[in-house]
Write a protein that binds this ligand. Sequence first.
Ligand SMILES: [Zn+2]
Length: 87
Amino acid sequence: MPKVRMQFCPECRRGLDGAKVLGEDDSATPGPGDITLCLYCATVLSFDKDGTLRRATKRDLKKFDREQKQLIARAVVLLKTQHWKRE
Ligand SMILES: [Zn+2]
């Protein structure tokens, strides 16, 4: 998983320093406007122009089509159910 600048999730404050770009090769790194999920709390996050993570807004998600939004929602559910099972 490619490393990104160490930051803390704005929701759960856990440290995040890696991001996998889905559908891309393993060396691809996220860019401005890309979204990611916090692996700890499943909050949908967005990368700002300078690479800073913040909570994604409806506006951030506007560019995704219905199918992509469903994938994001499914990933959130999977993360919550799988992660919470481990704790
Ligand atoms: Zn989090």
